[in-house]
Ligand binder design. Structure first.
Ligand code: ADP
Ligand code: UDP
Length: 237
C-alpha cells in the first residue's frame, strides 16, 4: 500500500489517499488546537503519543465488538484506516458535567450525570460546532434515521468499555467525542479516541489529565497524555 496525495488537512490530523481506495492514512500532527481553532500550538511528541494511544483504544473497542476504522500503525505518527464517508456530526457522551454543558446549562463542574447524557454537534468550525438534535440530522440529511440510532448505540457501547478500562487506571472518563462514518453501508467508528477528544480525571484528586491542560494552560500536556497511557499499561516514549 502506497501513500498518495493529501485528501484533507484538519486542525490536528491530515488524511492521505492510498493506492487502495478502501484505505486512508491518518497522520497525527503535533498541532494542538482548542476553541474551534482559535488557540493553536505545536506540542513536541503529541502526534506520536496520540497515534499510539489511539491505536491501543481502537483495538480495545474492536475486541469488544465495536466496528472501527482502525487497521494498523504505519509509523510513529501515522495509521492506516478504512476510508469512511464521514457524517458531519460529533457524538458526545457525558458521565460527569464539564466543559460546554456547564456553561450552556449553568451546571456546576463535576456533577455526576446518571444516566450518562448524549449530545449531537454539527461539525462546523465557522459556526462554533453548534449543538443539534436528531430532527436536524434527519431534516438536513446529515445522516439517516437508522444511522442515528446506531451512532447512539455505539457511543454508549464505547462508554461501557472505556469507563471500565480507565477506571482500572484510576481515572474517570468524564466525557468524550466520537465521529462515525459509513463503509459499504455499515456505520463505523472513525477519527480518533485520544486525550485530545475526551476528559479524564484522576479518581482521587480529580486532577485533569486531558486536553483541558492545554485549554486551561495547566502545562505538561503531552506528559499527562503519556501518564494516562502508562496507567493503562502502555509505555509511549
Ligand atoms: P478537524 O477536521 O475537526 O480539524 P482533524 O484535524 O482531526 O479534525 O482532521 C481529521 C479529519 O479526518 C476529520 O475531519 C475527520 O472527520 C476525518 N476522518 C477521520 N477518520 C476518517 C476516515 N476513516 N475516513 C475519512 N475521513 C476521516
Ligand atoms: N470535543 C472534541 N472536539 C470538539 C468538541 C468537543 O473532541 O470539537 C470533546 C471535548 O474534548 C470533550 C467533549 O468532546 O471531551 C465535550 O466537549 P464540550 O462540549 O464540553 O466542549 P468544550 O468545552 O470542550 O469545547
Amino acid at each position: 500500500m502506497n501513500k498518495r496525495k493529501e485528501l484533507y488537512r484538519g486542525k490536528a490530523k491530515s488524511v492521505y489517499l492510498t493506492d487502495d481506495k478502501d484505505l486512508l492514512i491518518l497522520h497525527f500532527r503535533n498541532d494542538t488546537s482548542a476553541f474551534d481553532g482559535k488557540k493553536i500550538e505545536q506540542l513536541d511528541k503529541k502526534g506520536m503519543v496520540n497515534n499510539k494511544f489511539n491505536a491501543f483504544i481502537m483495538e480495545k473497542l474492536e475486541a469488544a465488538g465495536i466496528p472501527t476504522h482502525f487497521k494498523s500503525i504505519l509509523n510513529d505518527q501515522e495509521s492506516v484506516v478504512l476510508a469512511l464517508e464521514m457524517f458531519p456530526v460529533e457524538c458526545v457522551v457525558r458521565n460527569i458535567a464539564a466543559g460546554s454543558i456547564c456553561k450552556r446549562l449553568g451546571i456546576e463542574e463535576g456533577i455526576d450525570l446518571d444516566p450518562p447524557t448524549f449530545e449531537f454537534f454539527l461539525k462546523d468550525d465557522a459556526r462554533g460546532d453548534p449543538m443539534i438534535n436528531e430532527y436536524h440530522i434527519n431534516s438536513f440529511g446529515w445522516a439517516g434515521p437508522e444511522h442515528v440510532v446506531i451512532m447512539k448505540e455505539l457511543s454508549f457501547a464505547v462508554n461501557n468499555v472505556l469507563k471500565a478500562l480507565f477506571r482500572e487506571g484510576n481515572m474517570l472518563l468524564v466525557d468524550y467525542k466520537l465521529e462515525f462514518g459509513l463503509h459499504n453501508g455499515e456505520v463505523v467508528l472513525g477519527d480518533e479516541f485520544t486525550p485530545d477528544g475526551c476528559r479524564l480525571w484522576d479518581v482521587d484528586t480529580r486532577e485533569k489529565l486531558d486536553k483541558d491542560r492545554f485549554r486551561q494552560d495547566l502545562g505538561d500536556v503531552v506528559e499527562s497524555y503519556q501518564l494516562v497511557g502508562k496507567r493503562l499499561g502502555l509505555n509511549i516514549n
